[in-house]
Design a protein around this ligand. Structure first.
Ligand code: SAM
Length: 300
C-alpha cells in the first residue's frame, strides 16, 4: 500500500527502529517497523538493517543510520518510562506516527491508548498492522487531528476522561510545530491532566540560523529527501519545564548524553573501541546540536 502524503519523517523514525531492532544488541524490538517501511514503498532507500560496516554504507544511508542510534535510545527511554512507575489507565500519544507501542508493550488490564496524528498516517499504520494480524495489547483508539489547531473536543469525543490520570507521550512531535503551537499543546496537556498524570516529552531545540547550520540542514535534506529546514521549529521553542512547573508538575530533564551513558551508545558510525563506548571521552563523542533532550514530568 503506497500512501500519498505519508510524512517521510514518520517513516524515517520507523526505519530507525527497524535498524535498531536488527542490531546484535538491540535496545528495542519493534517487529513491525520494517514491515511499515517496506509497505510505504518510499522513493528513498531507507535502511532497515544495521550493516556490518556502517561507516562504509552509501553516503545517502549514513545520516539515517546515525539517526537510528538516537532513535533506538529515544524509543527505549520512552518505553522504560512507560513501563516503570505507577501506570495510568489512559495514555495519549501525540503525533504517534508509526509508533507501535500499543502492540509491542505489555499494558495493564483495562489500559486505553489514544493515538493522535493525521488520518493518512493512522490509516496507513492500521492497514499494515492488520495485514500482519497484529493485535494491540490494550484498547487502541486512533484519533485523526491536527495538533496545531484546538484538539480538546475531538479528544473528549474519542472517550478521553479528564477526571482520570493520563500518561502523555510527546516523541518527535514538538520540532514540527511552531513555538506558539508547542506552547498551546503543552498547556493543553497540563489543562487536561488529573492528579497522578505523567508525561514524557522530547524537547524541540531552537536551531540558530547560522550559515553552518543552514548548510548542514541543506546537505541532510538533499541526502535524505527529508525537508528538515521547512519543518523544524526555528525560533524560541518553549521550555516544557517552564510551562509545566507553574501548573504544579514535578519535572526532570534528561540530556542526550545521559541517554548515551545509560544505554551504552555513542552517536557515531565509527566502530566502538575494544574497551566499549564508555571508554570514549565525552569531548570525543560527537554532539548533536539538533537534539533538545527530554523532560519527564509528574502531577501529584
Ligand atoms: C517524526 S514523526 C514521530 C512519530 C512518532 N512519535 C515516532 O516517534 O515514531 C512526527 C509525527 O508528528 C506528526 N505531526 C506533525 N505535526 C502534526 C500536527 N500538527 N498534528 C498532528 N500530528 C502531527 C506527523 O504526522 C508525524 O507522524
Amino acid at each position: 500500500m503506497r500512501t500519498r502524503g505519508l510524512p517521510l519523517t514518520a517513516l524515517a523514525v520507523a526505519a530507525g527502529r527497524a535498524v535498531e531492532t536488527s542490531r546484535a544488541d538491540p535496545l528495542v524490538a519493534d517487529r513491525f517497523a520494517s514491515a511499515l517501511v517496506v509497505a510505504a514503498r518510499s522513493h528513498l532507500d531507507l535502511p532497515t538493517v544495521w550493516p556490518a560496516e556502517p561507516a562504509e554504507a552509501p553516503p545517502l544511508q549514513q545520516p539515517l543510520l546515525l539517526a537510528s542510534i538516537y532513535i533506538g535510545m529515544r524509543t527505549r527511554f520512552i518505553d522504560d518510562f512507560l513501563q516503570s512507575g505507577p501506570s495510568t489507565t489512559q495514555t495519549v500519544i501525540l503525533g504517534a506516527g508509526l509508533d507501535t507501542r500499543a502492540f509491542r508493550l505489555t499494558w495493564p488490564d483495562g489500559a486505553r491508548v489514544i493515538e493522535i496524528d493525521s488520518a493518512n498516517v493512522l490509516e496507513f499504520k492500521a492497514h499494515v498492522l492488520s495485514r500482519l494480524s497484529a493485535e494491540p495489547g490494550c484498547e487502541l483508539i486512533s484519533l485523526p487531528a491536527d495538533l496545531s489547531l484546538p484538539w480538546r473536543e475531538p479528544l473528549l469525543g474519542a472517550g478521553f476522561d479528564p477526571a482520570q490520570p493520563t500518561t502523555w507521550v510527546l516523541e518527535g512531535l514538538l520540532p514540527y510545530l511552531d513555538a506558539a503551537s508547542q506552547a498551546a499543546v503543552l498547556n493543553e496537556v497540563a489543562a487536561l491532566s488529573a492528579p497522578g498524570s505523567r508525561a514524557v516529552i522530547e524537547r524541540a531545540v531552537a536551531l540558530p540560523e547560522t550559515d553552518d547550520i543552514e548548510a548542514k540542514l541543506r546537505e541532510f535534506s538533499e541526502q535524505t529527501g527529508l525537508p528538515m529546514s521547512e519543518v523544524l521549529a526555528r525560533a524560541d521553542p518553549p521550555n516544557p519545564v517552564e510551562l509545566l512547573e507553574p501548573a504544579g508538575w514535578r519535572c526532570s530533564s534528561h540530556t542526550v548524553e545521559e541517554l548515551c551513558s545509560t544505554y551504552g551508545r555513542v552517536l557515531s558510525l565509527a566502530a566502538p573501541t575494544e574497551a566499549g563506548p564508555e571508554a570514549t571521552a565525552p569531548e570525543q563523542q560527537p554532539s548533536d546540536q539538533s537534539r533538545g533532550g527530554f523532560v519527564t514530568a509528574w502531577l501529584e
